[in-house]
Design a protein around this ligand. Structure first.
Ligand SMILES: NC(=O)c1ccc[n+]([C@@H]2O[C@H](COP(=O)([O-])OP(=O)(O)OC[C@H]3O[C@@H](n4cnc5c(N)ncnc54)[C@H](OP(=O)(O)O)[C@@H]3O)[C@@H](O)[C@H]2O)c1
Length: 273
């Protein structure tokens, strides 16, 4: 009995009294604009961060580790991915194949893709670089991983989500319900608003949006339009639910965190009619 108390009850009691289960480890592969915004934010939300860098000893990487709460560290991309439950690929599309295939066995891990595979076309306007989507390519290279597409706003609005006036809705797509819920929980914890965009194949639609985002930049316009969605009203204020077949997983949709309800009073949308 004494052994049972020592081996099982005491550790369980200690765990609950000191704040529950151990923090999940998130590997952030790439320490650029996105990596250095997401890492500190996700650490503040209680996750343990291990950065994966081509040069973990670099001064900028060590400064990022120092600026990241908790037991943060930096190592090679492969070691970081192997040490983590969740692997976030914060690298540009061109080296993605080499990076995503060089992380070792990712079976069972959640692999988050925030990238956009596009390039400049012959007329100067952007075109997609792949026929499917970056997320599906990454899934193909790592069939045992649970790949999740997480579409984010510009890194500035990861640092300061409140500047957009409402939580930016992040489109999240994936084929594994539990993994999608875990990524949604991270998004919510860092001040974003996760939006369930369905299965991984929906990444094609999500990634195509970046073409529109890039147009003003390629046109050399000075104005910048952020590519975000924001939460609004209830569908039921406008449409009934009898206009199409429901989605196949309608009875078992992923559960995403709420951060406040839209206005339930439909009179706000009917111009007083
Ligand atoms: N920046 C944004 O606002 C934003 C918004 C939405 C989505 N995204 C997506 O986030 C991803 C990262 O974007 P970013 O803006 O953070 O890019 P970035 O500033 O250029 O940084 C990318 C990082 O990837 C790592 N990397 C690994 N292999 C590389 C290689 N061969 N060449 C260059 N870098 C390599 C580098 O980290 P190490 O030197 O430490 O290895 C580098 O700092 C992209 O897929 C982008 O589409 C970015």
């Amino acid at each position: 009995m004494l052994n049972f108390i020592r081996a099982v009850l005491l550790p369980a009691l200690l765990l609950t009294s000191f704040g529950g289960v151990a923090a999940e480890t998130v590997a952030i592969i790439g320490t650029g604009d996105m990596g250095d915004s997401l890492g500190p934010k996700i650490a503040e939300a209680g996750y343990e961060i291990v950065y994966g860098s081509r040069d973990p000893a670099r001064e900028s990487v060590q400064a990022l580790v120092a600026a990241t709460a908790g037991k943060a560290s930096a190592t090679t991309p492969r070691e970081a991915a192997q040490a983590a439950d969740i692997v976030l690929l914060a690298v540009p599309w061109p080296p993605m194949e080499e990076v995503a295939q060089g992380l070792g066995n990712l079976d069972g891990k959640i692999v988050i893709d925030v990238s956009f595979a596009f390039e400049q076309g012959a007329d100067g306007y952007p075109v997609m670089s792949v026929e499917t989507s970056s997320a599906e390519m990454i899934q193909g290279w790592n069939p045992g991983a649970h790949v999740i597409k997480w579409s984010l706003p510009t890194a500035h609005y990861i640092d300061f989500p409140e500047k957009l006036g409402a939580r930016p809705s992040n489109l999240i797509a994936g084929d594994d319900r539990q993994s999608k819920e875990k990524v949604a929980a991270i998004a919510h914890a860092i001040g974003q608003d996760p939006f369930d965009s369905g299965p991984l194949r929906m990444s094609r639609a999500i990634e195509a949006q970046v073409l529109l985002f890039m147009v003003p930049l390629y046109q050399r316009r000075t104005a910048h339009w952020e590519n975000v969605t924001v939460r609004s009203s209830y569908w039921s204020c406008f449409w009934g639910d009898d206009w199409s077949e429901p989605v196949a997983d309608a009875d078992a949709l992923a559960e995403f965190p709420e951060h406040g309800q839209p206005l339930e009073d439909c009179s706000a949308y009917t111009d007083g009619e």
